[in-house]
Ligand binder design. Structure first.
Ligand code: ATP
Ligand code: MG
Length: 359
């Protein structure tokens, strides 16, 4: 079993009418690794996960989970996987204990075993004190942890996590990452989707990037980031500054096109070496381009996307329902949570330092 890939898929296709939500994706997830699937809203992440998890029919291509064919033997595959959805799947009116007990019973555990498992999982996920509380009173982070706990009742060797930390505050995200690492230390393999480059960076051994249902890159997080430079110079031009001249200066100094947001006067410049930021600033001053603010940051997923695909990762690139103007895709001011997040009353949203898809 050790040498067998946890997931092996070739030419996976999912069509909705004429639209290809997943378009010939090949995927191999090694036993014991954390594999991240990165992509913007509508890229096809959830659809791909659902096909691998037997929840959606595979239209073309094939997939195996630990060597078991997904289409031919869905029942066997279901015994090998745990799935935690983008939408929490727990019942609001029940308590945490009742929920886990119910999931255990649905999975065929005897009542006493289901109760013992519920107790063990609540303890493992730091939810003992909330054990007898109704889910409706849970915070976003507690819900996510309970949802993950529910998918672990039968200790499956492969766990699918669909955006496990979207909408969580930074501390709760960190706890979730620790939990996921512990699962892998215990021998699990994890396939997760995320919109956050930093999440993939911190957590995933390998990552693939998907866009419009296609795989556009694969590698370790470091390999991915070096495709867009190690860091990014973010420039906010002063009101009235000549943006075209700024673009030309950057191109002349670095030989690279900056990613511009004309409406807000922003320029993002990939840097191989952080030192080169000074060259750009000096050249801009020489060209009399006034700057309001400057920062150097890690590349954002949007920049990874831009480098890989030549377009931004915002709405307007996802699918038939997203018929937006590609020109509106790049405003970093309006970075928002994904549409499918569990509604969190008390979560403060992603960490300020988190790099995420900008829209
Ligand atoms: N049942 C369906 N019928 C028609 N179109 C669908 C269906 N499910 C998904 N799609 C479309 O397929 C595309 C991929 O959707 P999917 O949910 O897989 O994206 P995603 O990468 O998970 O996005 P998000 O980050 O928003 O969760 C989208 O354009 C979506 O509108
Ligand atoms: Mg999704």
């Amino acid at each position: 079993m050790t040498a067998m890939p946890a997931v092996q898929a070739g030419g996976l296709v999912k069509r909705f009418g004429d639209f290809h939500a997943v378009d010939h994706i090949d995927l191999e997830v090694h036993h014991g690794e954390i594999f991240g699937v990165l992509g913007p809203n509508g890229a096809g992440k959830t659809t791909m996960l659902k096909m691998l998890a037997t929840l959606l029919a595979i239209d073309d291509g094939r997939a195996e989970i630990f060597g078991v064919d997904v289409a031919a033997q869905p029942h066997r595959v279901r015994q090998l996987i745990g799935v935690t959805g983008q939408y929490a799947s727990v019942d609001e009116d029940l308590t945490a204990t009742e929920n886990l007990w119910l999931f255990g019973r649905l999975q065929g555990l005897r009542s006493a075993d289901a109760r013992a498992t519920a107790r063990r999982l609540l303890e493992q996920f730091g939810l003992e004190e909330a054990a007898e509380r109704q889910i409706s009173a849970f915070s976003g982070g507690m819900r996510r942890r309970l949802d993950l706990a529910a998918s672990l009742i039968t200790r499956p060797p492969l766990i699918f996590l669909d955006e496990p930390t979207t909408g969580l505050d930074p501390r709760t995200r960190g706890q979730m990452w620790d939990t996921i690492r512990e699962l892998v230390n215990d021998g699990c393999t994890v396939l997760l989707t995320t919109q956050y480059l930093d999440e993939a960076d911190q957590l995933a051994d390998r990552v693939c990037v998907i866009d419009h249902g296609r795989k556009v890159a694969e590698g370790t997080p470091d390999e991915l980031k070096t495709q867009v430079g190690d860091s990014t110079l973010q420039l906010q031009l002063a009101p009235g500054a000549d943006q075209e001249r700024a673009r030309e200066v950057v191109l002349r100094v670095l030989g690279e096109e900056p990613v511009t947001t004309p409406e807000s006067g922003r320029l993002n410049v990939p840097l191989d070496v952080a030192d080169r930021a000074a060259d750009v600033l000096i050249a801009l001053r020489g060209a009399a381009v006034a700057i309001a603010s400057v920062s150097v940051a890690k590349p954002t997923l949007d920049e990874v996307f831009f480098a890989l695909t030549g377009h931004g990762a915002g709405p307007g690139h996802g699918g038939p329902g997203d018929a937006g103007d590609p020109g509106d895709a790049g405003d970093p001011q309006t970075a928002g949570g994904p549409t499918g997040a569990v509604p969190d009353q008390d979560a403060t949203g992603p960490d300020d330092h988190a790099t995420e898809v900008t829209r």
